[in-house]
Design a protein around this ligand. Structure first.
Ligand code: BLA
Length: 761
């Protein structure tokens, strides 16, 4: 019979350790020996090379034999029953006795094999732990420790008490599996590792994977010589003879890791996985500075500490999140009340500490109408302006947060000291405006307690693997990164940003209101001045004008033969000009009165108004041989004297602008129309009485349809059609006073239609 070993001799080094198949080393640690049988069979297929040291029988005599040929038949048949169970309870290991030695036998299935790991009881007795007192202790710890860190400290102390290791650490992973020692219980003379940080590469992915499946590992003596696993070399069998030792307790450990521990001066370790949601949350890592074999039941007690701690992690983390959330909320409330109490938060309160606390930020900056307002630790002004510009372009009208700004903004590498992580909210007040909260780079914020230099022993190959190197690597992996933002912090920052935006909007409205107020005041003064002007035009202008007219008339009436024809002509022109000026003054007066006079609305029958107007204009009508025809007009609420004026103006125009040789024919029609039919750009709404004045006059070009209502707008030569150019402007103002409109349509040379629109009550 030929025997071969199944040792994995692939060379592992620092560059390929991620792919080292640590679950199939083909060797074990020597503090026990290993046997392997096929499932449902009792022939021994695998045997570790050290069997003779424990049972006095070498592998060449063990391999190929039945269990019952090595151990007493009674034990062998009990074992067959024990191993047939689908789930083997590790709390009840099998015990083989041979030559007055008891072997604690841990049994598990691996693929098609059943693996037996036999360890002699180190102190010769089977020491059952006092689970009752262990549990009672934990419950009291649970009650007295308030936070997660307290609890970890207690568990570290308790685990050291139970196991006797020189150092017990609670090691926690971050999202990238970088680790940190968050609690430590140690022999007093040892240097502390508390708060030390390690990169994720110190525990490669396949190792973490393995530790999820197998929650406990022990290295009993760092200086051990691995013991090969042997099997029968059957040349006819080309099968794969490797043995998966994932769940094994004696598995030989990766040489890389051994080197690491040696460099630290460690003699033995025990590691227990701490899981949360099927992921590795952390480890309980125990170090001893000399070899140490922990008996089976003590290992189980240590494992129980791990279970105790794991059971509390989620609850404590939620409680911690809650506490932080509460502090954040409080800071938010403070910040909001400051915001609401101040006129201009940017100017007066941007340095308020609550602004930072609400997001647990190390700095904050507001960019408002291009001006920067900063609080706490922030990059320089130019760097900030560049960053705001970048954010406004990349995330317009958005919010954004990151713990690694340089990932999206390479220029951030130079500002990581202040701005490794940011929360950003854009604001609409001006170009590039927004608010930023900053977090420093993690490295900057380390409160360094453990000195990694102290955690190494001198070694001739230059500490290739050592905590010092690890720490440098950790710094590389977390470079330019801040601690991640919590949900509560992100939410508080949002709430504050929205409130700040409102604050700014409110300020804009307030400034506009103030501007409107000043404008109104200016308008009021202008109006007052205007009515003074009216006063001047009526009294101060009219009076001298009247005198000019009187004296001109006197000169002309005297029929003085001494006056030359030329002088008479000049005086006549002077009188005419004065008359025109008087007319103009009167019209301006009417126009301005139309705006300023008291407006009393009375329900009036427009037919009555029309009748009065016609009788006032009767002479002209007769003189021009005009005809006037009207629909029945409605009764509406109007300012009667103004509408009288309006009708006078419209009908006078129709009588005035006639084609030579024709008699004016005026037709007034009425109806009700929708706002859409009213010729106004904006404010028409509801329904309107539309009253149209049609004439057969000279009309005007379509382009004048709007301008015709402007003051002093004249379309026709004054000598032919005299007037001041104010009449239609007065009509427009009157219609405005009635919340109505006026419009004009015409075909040049064929007549015009002027329509007035009164809102239907
Ligand atoms: C495994 N590395 C581990 C383990 C720990 C550490 C806790 C689990 C193994 C065990 O149960 O003991 C790391 N141990 C630490 C750290 C401290 C500690 C950080 O006590 C700090 C106090 N290791 C490296 C590098 C590589 C590496 C650079 O530092 C690879 C290039 C590999 N570490 C490595 C491997 C394992 C490991 C392969 C698996 C060991 C095994 O289970 O076989």
């Amino acid at each position: 019979m030929n025997i071969k070993d199944i040792v994995n001799r692939d060379i592992v080094n620092l560059t390929n350790c991620e792919s080292e198949p640590i679950h199939i080393p083909g060797s074990i640690q020597p503090h026990g020996f290993l046997l392997g049988i096929r499932k449902g069979n009792s022939r021994i297929e695998f045997c570790s090379a050290n069997s003779a040291e424990y049972i006095g029988i070498g592998p060449e005599k063990v391999l190929g034999k039945d269990i019952s040929e090595i151990f007493p038949a009674e034990q062998a048949s009990r074992f067959t029953l024990y191993a047939a169970d689908e789930t083997i309870d590790s709390a009840k290991p099998f015990v083989f006795d041979l030559n007055a030695t008891s072997f604690n036998t841990t049994v598990h299935q691996s693929g098609g094999n059943v693996i037996l790991e036999l360890e002699p009881f180190p102190d010769g007795t089977l020491n059952l732990p006092n689970l009752y007192s262990q549990t009672r202790n934990f419950v009291s710890i649970m009650e007295k420790s308030s936070g997660l860190l307290d609890l970890c400290q207690e568990v570290a102390d308790e685990t050291r008490g139970i196991t006797g290791y020189d150092r017990v650490m609670i090691y926690r992973f971050d999202e990238q599996y970088n680790g940190e020692v968050i609690a430590e219980s140690r022999r007093e003379d040892l240097v502390s590792f508390a708060n030390q940080k390690y990169p994720h590469t110190d525990i490669p992915a396949q190792a973490r994977e393995l530790y999820i499946r197998n929650p406990l590992r022990m290295i009993a003596d760092i200086d051990y010589v691995p013991v090969p696993l042997l099997t029968i070399d059957d040349t006819t069998d080309k099968g794969n003879h490797s043995l998966d030792l994932s769940l094994s307790i004696l598995r030989s450990v990766s040489p890389i890791h051994i080197e690491y521990l040696k460099n630290m001066g460690v003699g033995a370790t025990l590691t227990i996985s701490l899981l949360q949601n099927q992921k590795l949350w952390g480890l309980i890592a125990c170090h001893h500075y000399s070899p140490k074999i922990l008996p089976h039941y003590t290992r189980l007690s240590a494992l129980l500490q791990g279970h105790f701690l794991t059971s509390q992690i989620a609850v404590r983390e939620v409680a911690e999140e809650y506490n932080i959330g509460e502090q954040v909320d409080k800071a938010l409330v403070d910040a909001l009340s400051i915001l609401h109490e101040t006129e201009n938060f940017m100017e007066a309160n941007h340095k308020s500490p609550a602004l930072l606390k609400l997001a647990n930020a190390s700095g904050a900056a507001i960019c408002y109408e291009g001006t920067l307002y900063t609080n706490g630790l922030v990059p320089s002004e130019t760097e900030l302006l560049d960053l705001f510009r970048f954010m406004a372009n990349t995330y317009p009208n958005q919010t954004f947060e990151t713990e690694n700004l340089s990932e999206i903004y390479p220029a951030a590498k130079s500002i990581s000291k202040y701005a490794a992580g940011i929360i950003y909210h854009s604001m609409v007040s001006g170009e590039n405006d927004g608010i930023l909260w900053f977090r420093q780079e993690k490295i900057e914020t380390i409160n360094w307690a453990g000195n990694p230099d102290k955690a190494i022993l001198p070694n001739e190959d230059g500490f290739r693997l050592s905590p010092r190197k690890s720490f440098e690597l950790w710094m590389e992996t977390v470079k330019d990164r801040s601690a991640p933002w919590r949900k509560s912090e992100i939410n508080a920052a949002s709430s504050f940003s929205y409130a700040l935006q409102e604050h700014i909007n409110y300020r804009v409205i307030r400034t506009q209101e103030a501007q409107n107020r000043t404008l109104n005041e200016e308008l009021r003064l202008a109006n007052k001045e205007l009515s003074n002007l009216n006063w001047i035009s009526t009294h101060d202008l009219k009076e001298p004008l009247r005198k000019i007219q009187i004296f001109a008339s006197k000169v002309l009436d005297r029929e003085d033969p001494d006056l030359s024809v030329q002088v008479k002509d000049s005086v006549e022109r002077m009188r005419f000009a004065a008359e025109k000026m008087q007319l103009l003054i009167e019209d301006i007066l009417t126009y301005s009165k139309a705006g300023t006079m008291e407006k009393t609305f009375v329900v009036t029958d427009l037919d009555d108004v029309l009748r009065n107007v016609v009788s006032e204009l009767q002479d002209t009508i007769d003189e021009k041989g005009a005809t006037l025809q009207s629909d029945k007009l409605p009764s509406i609420e109007i300012i009667p004297f103004q509408v009288h004026q309006l009708f006078i103006n419209l009908i006078s125009n129709a009588l005035k602008f006639v084609k030579t040789g024709e008699h004016p024919a005026i037709r007034i029609t009425t109806g009700i129309v929708d706002a859409a039919e009213v010729p106004s750009e904006k404010t028409a709404s509801g329904r309107y009485h539309a009253i149209a004045f049609h004439d057969n006059g000279i009309g005007f070009e379509a382009e004048y349809e709007n301008r015709i209502f402007d003051i002093f707008q004249r379309l026709h030569p004054a000598h032919k059609y005299p007037g001041t150019g104010i009449g239609l402007a007065i009509c427009k103002k009157i219609m405005e006073n009635h919340r109505g409109f006026i419009g004009a349509k015409s075909v040049f040379g064929q007549g015009s239609v002027f329509t007035i629109y009164f809102p239907v009550a």
